[in-house]
Ligand binder design. Structure first.
Ligand SMILES: [Zn+2]
Length: 79
């Protein structure tokens, strides 16, 4: 579940000609839902408690959301 909320205003950027009509928006600083922002789990190995890095956020406790917007010609234009 996302707690942090970002609002994305979708506005076409000033494209220079054709080509790659994609843009990436990065929304960073989201708390990792897998480890609940801790970045690690306690794991029992050989009767010792060891910290294991979260495999989802690699131990950072945070996630970045990369939102890719692809621009393409509209199919809805009137004829
Ligand atoms: Zn995590």
């Amino acid at each position: 579940m996302s707690v942090k909320s970002d609002i994305i205003k979708v506005t076409p950027p000033a494209f220079v000609g054709g080509g790659n009509l994609k843009e990436d928006i990065i929304s960073s600083g989201h708390s990792c839902g897998y480890c609940h922002g801790n970045g690690f789990f306690w794991s029992e190995e050989l009767r010792e408690r060891v910290k294991k890095d979260c495999p989802v956020c690699n131990g950072s406790g945070k996630l970045d959301a990369v939102i890719t917007i692809e621009w393409k010609p509209s199919n809805n234009h009137q004829k």
